[in-house]
Ligand binder design. Structure first.
Ligand SMILES: *[C@@H]1O[C@H](CO)[C@@H](O)[C@H](O)[C@H]1NC(C)=O
Ligand SMILES: *[C@@H]1O[C@H](CO)[C@@H](O)[C@H](O)[C@H]1NC(C)=O
Ligand SMILES: *[C@@H]1O[C@H](CO)[C@@H](O)[C@H](O)[C@H]1NC(C)=O
Ligand SMILES: *[C@@H]1O[C@H](CO)[C@@H](O)[C@H](O)[C@H]1NC(C)=O
Ligand SMILES: *[C@@H]1O[C@H](CO)[C@@H](O)[C@H](O)[C@H]1NC(C)=O
Ligand SMILES: *[C@@H]1O[C@H](CO)[C@@H](O)[C@H](O)[C@H]1NC(C)=O
Ligand SMILES: *[C@@H]1O[C@H](CO)[C@@H](O)[C@H](O)[C@H]1NC(C)=O
Length: 915
C-alpha cells in the first residue's frame, strides 16, 4: 500500500465500476461499509492530475494525509479496480465526528495539473455512516494499521458510589473540565519488559489513541516499535499486547487493548487463492477456556457475500475447528487483473480485496468482533502477446494488430530504427496507431504504416517477390504504477512487386555498351565484371566509361580491354563478350547477369604501314584461360610481342623479318605471318592467328578468306598500297626533280629528259621494280593515240635506241633501296610528227612489274636484263604485280629563244625524224 503526499493519477479509459444510474456522478462517491466510510475518487474526473488528500476535523482544519498520519489516524488510500482511488476511514478515525452510533467524516481533495499543486481545484466530501451496535471488543486489521476498541465499562458498584458528587470531582482535578474521561498511559507487554508510555509519547511513537463516551481505542501501524510477530498454526501474526489506563472521575481504570492481525496465510495452488486465518489466537483469548463462534462471514471490497453469491462466484468459505479458510479461484468475479512486468516481460496479476468477519464469544472476554481486510495480489504470470499481420496488399499498408492488453496499459513510444519517438511524433514517420476495445475489458493496438514508409525494410527475395519488414519496438506504460515494458514487433509481408533491372546492349566500331535500367530492387546491387567491382576509380584504370544517373547505369568498354572475353577469332572479326554481374552489396551474392557479344574487326588489330612495318594485336581466347600473352610469338619464334596486356599481345615488325612469307599476283603483294602459342614441350601450337598484309596496286581489290579449323584463326588482312611514281629530273645527277609548280616542264629539241620510276611502298628491300614498257602520249590518258614507244619489255626502242639511255641506280641518301628504282634518259627528237615538232603537251607512262630479289619457290624470279622478244610473264606460273606510273606534262620548243609563254609552232616532222 502506498500513500504519498502527492498522488499522481494517470488514467486512461473509463472507470470499470462506474454506474451511471443517477445522472452524471460527481467526482466522488461514498459508501458505508461495515465500520468504514469508503469514498471513491473517480478516475475519469481526476485523470492525469496531481492529488492531495486531507481529513477535515470538526473545527474545519484540513490535515493533509501522509502515510504515517493515515496509519495513525485510521485512514487508507488504495486503488480499486486499478484506476479509481479509494479512501477508507475507520469509524473511529481521528477526525471523525461520532454521535451516538453515527460517525461523520469529511475529506478534502486538491487536484492540480502540476506537481507543485498550483491552481489546484478543491473538492470537499462529507459523509455520515451509521454503525452499531458495537461489540464489547472490536478488532480491525486494515492494510496499513491494526485497530482495537474496547467498551469502557465502569463496574456497577463503582457507578453507584460515584453517581452523586460531580462537583467534588471538578474540585479535585481542576484541569479535567466537565469531568470527561481521558487516557493516562499505555503499557506495552513485551516478552522482556513492560513499557509504559504516556499519551503524548505514544502519539509521537505513531500510535493512535482515543477515548470516546463508550470506548477506548488503540491504533497501531504495522511497523510500530512494540509489534511482535507470533506464529499460530503456521501463520504469522503481527501483535501488540497492551493495557491502556484511563482516568474516569477520580478513578484510574485499565483495559486490555491487545491487537492481533495475520500478515500472511495466502497460498496459490491450482489456480486457486487459499486464505487461511487461525481462530482464537492466544493473545486475544488469554485465560479463556470455552469459545463459541457467533458469526463467520466474508466478502469482497468490504461487501459481505451471501452463501449463494459465494457459490455463484465459486468461492468457498469453510469454518473448521480452529481455522477459517477462504478459497477463491484466480480470475473469479470480484477481483480484477492488472498488467505486470517481470524481467521486462509482459504478464498479469490477479488482485482481489477480501475481507473476513469473525465474531466469537468466550468465557473471559465476552463477544469479540474481528474484521480482517486482505489485499491479495497473485504472483506474476506470463501473458503472451500476439501480433497479427492483416496487411492490405492492394492498399500497400502494413496493418498489424498487437494484443491483448488490459486497460491499464498505454502505448507511449515507438522505437523505429533505433530512434524513440512518442506516439504523436510517430505520425510524422507514417505510423498510424489506434486502440481496439473488446467487451472483456481488454484491448489491442493497431499499427498501420504504408509499405513505402522509409522505415519499412524492403528486400528482394526471388522472381518478382519483395518482402516488406516492419521492425518496431513498442513501449508501454502501466497505470498507475508507471512500470514500463516493450514489445518488439517484426512482421513481414511478401509482395509480388519486384522489378528487376533490365539491360540493353549494343556495340559501335570500338566499344561495347551496356545500358542497365534500374528496377526497384537493385539499389544496393553493385556491377562486377570478371570479379572486378566497377567503380568510377577503376574506370580510369581500366579505361571504361561508367555513369549512373539514378535511373540508368551506362557502361562502355573499349574493344581492347581486359574486361572483355574473346570467344573466337574469325574472318569477320573477333567475337568479344561482356559479362556483367550485379551482386548484392552486402552478401556479394550474384543477383543478375547480363551478357553482350559483338564481333569486332577493328582497324587497330592489324596495320600495314607504307614503310613495311606491321602492327598486329593478338587476343587471348577464353578457351585458353592459361595462355600467357607474353609468350605469344610470330612464325619466327624469336619475335616476341612489344606490348602485352592481360588479354592482348601486340607485335611490331617489318615485312621482311619474323618469318614473313610473300606472295605475288598481278595486282598485289601479300605478306603472311601468324601469331602462335606453344604449350611448353609441345610442338604444335594451341593458338594460331594467321594474318596478312596486302599491298595492292588498286585498292578496290577485294580479298576472299577461308576459315581455318582451330587452333588456327585468321583476321581480315591489313591493307597497304603498292605505290609507284614516275618523276622528271633536271639533270643526270637525279638529285633535283621538277616540283609540282614547275609543270608543265618546257624542253627544247635535242634537250634530254631524265625520268625515274620508283616503287614508293612497301619498303621491302626484297622487292625489285622492273620496267616493262614506257611510252609517251599527248594526253594524260595512257591509252590515247598517238603513242611514242620509249622502252619495250624493259629494252630501249630498237628504232631509236641511241635516243634512250638507261642509267644505273646507286645507293644514296635519297635512295635506300636502289632495286626499287629505274632511271632512263630520253632526247626530245623522239616526239616529232613529220617535220613539225609536237605542238601539244607530252605525258610519259611506264608499266612496271614488281618481283623478288630473294626468290622463294612461289615468287617470281626477276629478269635482271633487258631480254628482247621474251615476255616475262611467260617465264612464271605465278603472276606478279604489275603497275603503271605516269609523269606530268612536258612541252617541247624548237628554239631556246622562244619565250615560255609562246605556243609551240606547228611543225610537220615525221615520227622519229632527225633534226
Ligand atoms: C477522539 O475522538 C473524538 C470523538 O470522535 C474526536 O473528536 C477527537 O478529535 C479524537 N481525538 C483524537 C486525539 O483523536
Ligand atoms: C487493419 O486491421 C484491422 C484489424 O484486423 C481491420 O479492422 C482494419 O480494417 C484493417 N485496416 C486496413 C486499412 O486494412
Ligand atoms: C518515451 O520517450 C520519452 C522521450 O523519448 C522518454 O522520456 C520516456 O521515458 C519514454 N517512455 C517509455 C515508456 O519508454
Ligand atoms: C530490428 O531492428 C533492430 C535495430 O534497428 C535490429 O537490431 C534487428 O536486427 C532488427 N530485426 C530484424 C528481424 O530485422
Ligand atoms: C538517365 O539516362 C537515361 C539514358 O541515358 C535517360 O533515358 C534518363 O532519362 C536519364 N534519367 C535522368 C534522371 O537523368
Ligand atoms: C615505320 O613507321 C612507323 C610509324 O611511323 C614507325 O614506328 C616505324 O619505326 C617505321 N619503321 C621503319 C623501319 O622505319
Ligand atoms: C591477287 O591476290 C589478291 C589477294 O590474294 C586477290 O584478292 C586478287 O584477286 C589477286 N589478283 C589477281 C588478278 O589474281
Amino acid at each position: 500500500m502506498e500513500l504519498s503526499l502527492v498522488l499522481r493519477l494517470l488514467v486512461i479509459g473509463i472507470s470499470i465500476s462506474e454506474t451511471w444510474t443517477q445522472g452524471r456522478p460527481g467526482p466522488m462517491s461514498s459508501e458505508c461499509l461495515e465500520n468504514f466510510l469508503c469514498i471513491t475518487l473517480r478516475a475519469e474526473y481526476f485523470e492525469g492530475k496531481y492529488l492531495s488528500l486531507s481529513a477535515v476535523d470538526q473545527s474545519g482544519i484540513a490535515w493533509e494525509l501522509d502515510e504515517a498520519l493515515a496509519s495513525q489516524c485510521g485512514y487508507t488510500v488504495t486503488y480499486s479496480n486499478w484506476n479509481n482511488i479509494e479512501f477508507r476511514a475507520s469509524a473511529l478515525s481521528c477526525h471523525s465526528h461520532v454521535e451516538k452510533d453515527t460517525f461523520t467524516v469529511t475529506i478534502q481533495v486538491k487536484a492540480s495539473h502540476t506537481p507543485d499543486m498550483k491552481n489546484a481545484s478543491i473538492h470537499l466530501k462529507s459523509a455520515s455512516c451509521h454503525y452499531g451496535p458495537w461489540s464489547p471488543r472490536e478488532l480491525v486489521c486494515e492494510t496499513n494499521f491494526m485497530e482495537v476498541s474496547v467498551r469502557r465499562d465502569v463496574p456497577k458498584t463503582v457507578k453507584d458510589f460515584i453517581q452523586d458528587e460531580p462537583e467534588d470531582q471538578t474540585l479535585a482535578f481542576p484541569e479535567d473540565k466537565s469531568g470527561e474521561a481521558s487516557i493516562w498511559q499505555v503499557v506495552f507487554h513485551q516478552p522482556e519488559e513492560k513499557r509504559a508510555l504516556l499519551v503524548s509519547d505514544a502519539w509521537s511513537a505513531g500510535y493512535g489513541l482515543n477515548i470516546t463516551d463508550t470506548r477506548i481505542l488503540l491504533r497501531v501501524p504495522y511497523n510500530a516499535a512494540q509489534t511482535q510477530l507470533v506464529k499460530a498454526q503456521g501463520i504469522t501474526f503481527s501483535t501488540v499486547r497492551s493495557s491502556t489506563f484511563y482516568k474516569q472521575q477520580w478513578m484510574i481504570l485499565m483495559v486490555d487493548t491487545a491487537v492481533v492481525c495475520p500478515v500472511d496465510g495466502v497460498d496459490y495452488t491450482n489456480k486457486m487463492i487459499i486464505w487461511t486465518v487461525p481462530k482464537y489466537i492466544q493473545a486475544l483469548c488469554t485465560g479463556a477456556t470455552s469459545f463459541k463462534d457467533v458469526l463467520v462471514e466474508a466478502g469482497v471490497n468490504l461487501h459481505k457475500l451471501s452463501a449463494k453469491e459465494m457459490a455463484s462466484r465459486k468461492y468457498v468459505l469453510s469454518n473448521d475447528f480452529d481455522v477459517i479458510t477462504m478459497k477463491v479461484p484466480i480470475g473469479a468475479e470480484g477481483g480484477y487483473y492488472k498488467t505486470s512486468v517481470s524481467s521486462g516481460r509482459h504478464g498479469a496479476r490477479y488482485c482481489i480485496n477480501l475481507f473476513l468477519e469473525h465474531q466469537w464469544e468466550d468465557n473471559k472476554w465476552g463477544l469479540t468482533k474481528h474484521t480482517i481486510i486482505k489485499e491479495i495480489e497473485t504472483p506474476f504470470e506470463l501473458v503472451d502477446l500476439t501480433v497479427t499481420n492483416n496487411s492490405n496488399l492492394s492498399a500497400r499498408i502494413m496493418n498489424v494488430t498487437v494484443g491483448m492488453f488490459l486497460l491499464d496499459v498505454e502505448l507511449v513510444n515507438l522505437t523505429i530504427e533505433g530512434v524513440t519517438v512518442t506516439v504523436p511524433e510517430a505520425v510524422q514517420h507514417g505510423y498510424r496507431m489506434y486502440e481496439i476495445r473488446y467487451a472483456n475489458q481488454s484491448k489491442a493496438y493497431v499499427i498501420q504504416v504504408p509499405f513505402d514508409a522509409p522505415s519499412i525494410k524492403k528486400e528482394y527475395v526471388r522472381d518478382d517477390v519483395r518482402t516488406y519488414t516492419l521492425n518496431v519496438t513498442l513501449e508501454f506504460i502501466i497505470h498507475p504504477t508507471s512500470e514500463t515494458f516493450s514489445v518488439l514487433v517484426v512482421t513481414l509481408s511478401a509482395v509480388k512487386d519486384a522489378v528487376l533491372p533490365s539491360a540493353r546492349g549494343f556495340c559501335d566500331e570500338n566499344n561495347v555498351h551496356l545500358h542497365i535500367t534500374h528496377g526497384n530492387v537493385d539499389q544496393d546491387w553493385m556491377p562486377f565484371i570478371s570479379g572486378r567491382h566497377l567503380t568510377p576509380e577503376a574506370a580510369q584504370k581500366y579505361n571504361y566509361n561508367l555513369s549512373d544517373n539514378g535511373t540508368h547505369l551506362a557502361i562502355s568498354v573499349p574493344f581492347l580491354s581486359s574486361l572483355l572475353d574473346y570467344e573466337d577469332i574469325h574472318m569477320s572479326g573477333v567475337l568479344a563478350s561482356l559479362h556483367l554481374t550485379l551482386k548484392d552489396g552486402v552478401t556479394f551474392a550474384n543477383k543478375k547477369d547480363f551478357s553482350i557479344s559483338c564481333r569486332f574487326s577493328p582497324s587497330e588489330l592489324i596495320q600495314c604501314l607504307p614503310n613495311g612495318t606491321v602492327f598486329i594485336t593478338a587476343v587471348k581466347l577464353v578457351r585458353l584461360a592459361d595462355l600467357d600473352t607474353s609468350l605469344l610469338v610470330l612464325s619466327d619464334r624469336n619475335c616476341k610481342p612489344s606490348l602485352v596486356t592481360e588479354k592482348t599481345a601486340t607485335f611490331k615488325f617489318n615485312v621482311n623479318t619474323c618469318g614473313t612469307r610473300r606472295k605475288f599476283n598481278s595486282t598485289s603483294i601479300t605478306y603472311e605471318n601468324e601469331v602462335v602459342y606453344f604449350r611448353p614441350g609441345n610442338d604444335s601450337p594451341v593458338y594460331k592467328l594467321k594474318f596478312v598484309c596486302l599491298y595492292t596496286i588498286k585498292q578496290t581489290v577485294d580479298v576472299q578468306y577461308e576459315t581455318k579449323k582451330n587452333p588456327s584463326s585468321s583476321i581480315k588482312p591489313g591493307f597497304g598500297s603498292l605505290d609507284l611514281s614516275l618523276k622528271l629530273f633536271k639533270d643526270k645527277s637525279y638529285s633535283d626533280p621538277y616540283q609540282e609548280l614547275e609543270f608543265p616542264v618546257v624542253k627544247y629539241l635535242k634537250e634530254a629528259l631524265y625520268l625515274e620510276v620508283e616503287l614508293l611502298q612497301p619498303a621491302d628491300p626484297r622487292l625489285e621494280l622492273n620496267l616493262e614498257d614506257c611510252w609517251a602520249t599527248n594526253s594524260q590518258n595512257q591509252d590515247s593515240l598517238p603513242q611514242w614507244p620509249i622502252l619495250i619489255n624493259g629494252c630501249e626502242n630498237g628504232k631509236d635506241s641511241h635516243r634512250t639511255v638507261i642509267h644505273k641506280v646507286n645507293y644514296s641518301n635519297r635512295v635506300k633501296f636502289p632495286q626499287h628504282l629505274k632511271r632512263f634518259e630520253v632526247t626530245m627528237f623522239t616526239f616529232i610528227e613529220g617535220t613539225t615538232p609536237l605542238q601539244k603537251q607530252l605525258y610519259f607512262h611506264c608499266s612496271v612489274v614488281i618481283c623478288s630479289t630473294t626468290p622463294q619457290p612461289s615468287d617470281f624470279l626477276c629478269q635482271r636484263r633487258c631480254n628482247p622478244g621474251k615476255h616475262r610473264r611467260d617465264h612464271s606460273t605465278v603472276p606478279q604485280p604489275h603497275g603503271q606510273a605516269s609523269s606530268g606534262a612536258v612541252l617541247i620548243r624548237k628554239e631556246n629563244t622562244t619565250s615560255r609563254d609562246e605556243l609551240p609552232t606547228q611543225q610537220n616532222l615525221p615520227p622519229g625524224a632527225l633534226e
